[in-house]
Design a protein around this ligand. Structure first.
Ligand SMILES: *[C@@H]1O[C@H](CO)[C@@H](O)[C@H](O)[C@H]1NC(C)=O
Length: 367
């Protein structure tokens, strides 16, 4: 009897230490001014013919600063202490993590000026936690998650069921994305995006970092169409001649719209992305995401990586595409991540993608 109680309590303590946590996340949506190129320069090449159009503000161009919405993470439900993101995160929202069997409680407070929700990919939810506005025949509580009005808070419950978990052939964690689904392309162009990570049991440390890698980075490549943002009206005011810009916008002037297309990584263009800090020999995971527009081909110079546990030198980012890329850093130096798409390359769009930098301190110190 005593021994079976003991066995049971041992079983329970092992069970509760390895399985099925409730994980709470506290996230706000807040409006802010975002600069895609804080240096105001093309830091990749000297050819400024295209980059000036995207960076410099003129009478008839907005430049590199836009009003956007950012997701911020807080320590608890008082929403007072922010968990500050690393500089390389750019405007990408917090990474939500859990292990197979866990249930995520995502407390979402909308502090922006219009409705947003949170819609996850790759986890299990019921109708009250889908975070997606469409004519699905639901009502009452099942409708409240679709859009959260300004000033309101809603708790989404997402389960990391076995049927959504990494398979034995996967890496230990599988990234997916989350974003609002009020009108998803506009919501995403407004900046409301983040990564959600589903891990095999026993992968995460108590502080949520992974036991099996040394560094984790988010790599969100997209062609952000700022004229499609919900907040374009405020950004138009930054033109030196706002009336002229408003006119071009209303006429759907092609050149004007093209100069608001930001070929960005984590919200930075032309090498303005802050370094991904890595030491030589570290195992690095990139949670790569493509969402709205275009195909992008991930390439990195001076390093090699694996994708789906296979060695490769290039990976295509599609639309609503989420994958893990793994790299053990060799060859110290500052290296560039960029888009290899021929069209982008030839049309100089390549230069609009931000530089990545595996930044090895040992090398820098030697310098
Ligand atoms: C960008 O958004 C504007 C406004 O919604 C739209 O007219 C234009 O076609 C979009 N451009 C691209 C390349 O999607």
């Amino acid at each position: 009897m005593v021994s079976s109680v003991l066995q049971w309590s041992i079983f329970m303590s092992i069970f509760s230490s390895i399985c099925c946590l409730r994980r709470d996340y506290f996230i706000t949506a807040e409006e802010h001014w975002w600069d895609y190129a804080p240096s105001k320069q093309n830091l990749i090449t000297n050819d400024r013919t295209i980059s000036d159009r995207l960076i410099q503000t003129t009478e008839y161009r907005i430049g590199s600063v836009y009003k956007k919405v950012k997701l911020k993470q807080f320590t608890d439900g008082s929403f007072r202490r922010e968990i500050k993101p690393a500089p390389w995160m750019g405007y990408v929202g917090p990474t939500i993590k859990g292990e197979t069997g866990d249930v995520l409680y995502v407390h979402f407070r909308n502090l922006a000026s219009r409705p947003y929700g949170l819609h996850p990919h790759g986890v299990q939810y019921f109708k009250d936690s889908e975070g997606s506005l469409y004519m699905d025949g639901t009502s009452g509580r099942d409708k409240l998650d679709d859009t959260v009005p300004p000033g309101y808070t809603y708790t989404y419950r997402w389960s990391m069921l076995n049927t959504f978990a990494p398979t034995k052939d996967d890496e230990n964690c599988v990234p997916v994305g989350y974003h609002p689904h009020v009108r998803s392309t506009k919501d995403i162009d407004t900046g409301v995006v983040g990564i959600l990570l589903i891990c095999k049991p026993g992968t995460l440390n108590p502080d949520n970092s992974r036991k099996d890698v040394d560094r984790e980075f988010v790599l969100y490549a997209d062609t952000v169409n700022e004229t499609n943002s919900w907040l374009i009206d405020q950004s138009l005011n930054l033109c030196l001649n706002p009336q002229r810009c408003r006119q071009l916008f209303n006429q759907k002037n092609e050149a004007f719209i093209t100069d608001t297309l930001m070929y960005s990584i984590n919200g930075y263009i032309y090498g303005n992305l802050p370094d991904f800090p890595v030491y030589e020999g570290e195992k690095v995971a990139f949670y790569a995401m493509g969402l709205n527009l275009g195909l992008h081909v991930f390439g990195v110079q001076g390093q090699s990586f694996t994708f789906k546990r296979k060695r490769t030198h290039a990976v295509v980012f599609g639309i609503a595409w989420f994958q893990g890329l793994y790299m053990t850093t060799r060859n110290p130096g500052r290296w560039m991540i960029f888009c290899k798409v021929n069209y982008h390359f030839n049309r100089e769009l390549y230069y609009r993608l931000s530089g990545m930098n595996t930044h090895c301190y040992s090398y820098c110190y030697n310098n």
